[in-house]
Write a protein that binds this ligand. Structure first.
Ligand code: NAP
Length: 247
């Protein structure tokens, strides 16, 4: 039972930015469904939500798979109702210079980071249209704006997400649905954990605030866009990068 709460879906909520976002939205009074790729990950989400006194649940989903996304949305509707806040956060990297990049590295990143946005948004739009309310927040990256050697695949997905965001915002605005992107800089998560130390230092040298961002600092911006206070912002990309890139 959702106790009349609005339902939020956050993909990739088992760790990092997605986990912080699930907690932030839950603390703002939403019923939260967070996804992981494994049963153990989904169970861990249910546990951390409960420990934070947030109503919600972890579920398994692979956003790179059509059937998995269809089943996920059906399960959420059955459990709690149609999600009206959707955070497309799940993402992966497969870094390589283009000359060495295998087709599999290109396709995995495009399918997981970009094709997933099509799948998840399309599956959730009907419910939002019916509710005449919706908030879609897509997680992009600073490299969509700045470019990054070794990340042609990843940067292409993130730039694609931003164009998708602007276009869907134009399509869905008349139905009370806002669509925005949040573009993080260099955030302390598993995704950045294994970068070589000299690479990290070189990146940090480009950050005027002189430190990595925390997942909670991205989650706060997502929560703002999902809230009543963010209701007149749509088609926008909010940059949260410590000054690393100023658009
Ligand atoms: P992370 O710590 O690596 O976590 C990735 C999340 O995505 C996990 O929950 C993972 O689930 C999930 N995931 C991976 N593949 C998936 C799939 N096929 N289907 C469903 N879920 C999948 O990542 P993060 O650093 O928090 O990044 C979150 C988002 O922010 C990503 O879109 C990333 O591109 C973006 N971003 C991150 C940074 C940064 O510096 N960290 C900067 C800019 C943008 P499992 O735990 O089950 O594997």
């Amino acid at each position: 039972m959702t106790h009349g709460k609005s339902i939020a879906l956050i993909t990739g909520a088992s760790r990092g930015i997605g986990k912080a976002t699930a907690l932030a939205l839950g603390r703002n009074g939403l019923f939260v469904v967070g996804t992981a790729t494994t049963e153990a990950g989904a169970a861990a989400i249910t546990t951390f939500l409960r420990e934070a006194s947030v109503s919600g649940q972890g579920m398994v989903a692979d956003v790179s798979d059509d059937h998995s996304v269809t089943a996920l949305i059906e399960d959420i509707v059955t459990l709690a109702g149609p999600p009206v806040v959707v955070v497309n956060n799940a993402g992966v990297t497969r870094d390589n210079l283009l000359l060495r990049m295998k087709a599999e590295e290109w396709e995995t990143v495009i399918n997981t980071n970009l094709n997933s946005i099509y799948r998840v948004c399309k599956a959730c739009l009907k419910g939002m249209t019916k509710a005449r309310f919706g908030r879609i927040i897509n997680i992009s990256s600073v490299v969509a704006s700045s470019g990054n050697a070794g990340q042609t695949n990843y940067a292409a997905t993130k730039a694609g997400i931003e164009g998708f965001t602007r276009s869907l915002a134009k399509e869905a605005g008349s139905r009370g649905i806002t669509v925005n992107a949040v573009s993080p800089g260099f955030i302390e998560t598993d995704m950045t954990h294994d970068l070589p130390e000299e690479h990290k230092l070189a990146l940090l040298a480009q950050v005027p605030l002189g430190r990595l961002g925390q997942p909670e600092e991205i989650a706060a911006v997502v929560a703002f866009l999902a809230s009543e206070e963010g209701s007149y912002i749509t088609g926008e990309t909010l940059h949260v990068n410590g000054g690393m890139h100023m658009a």
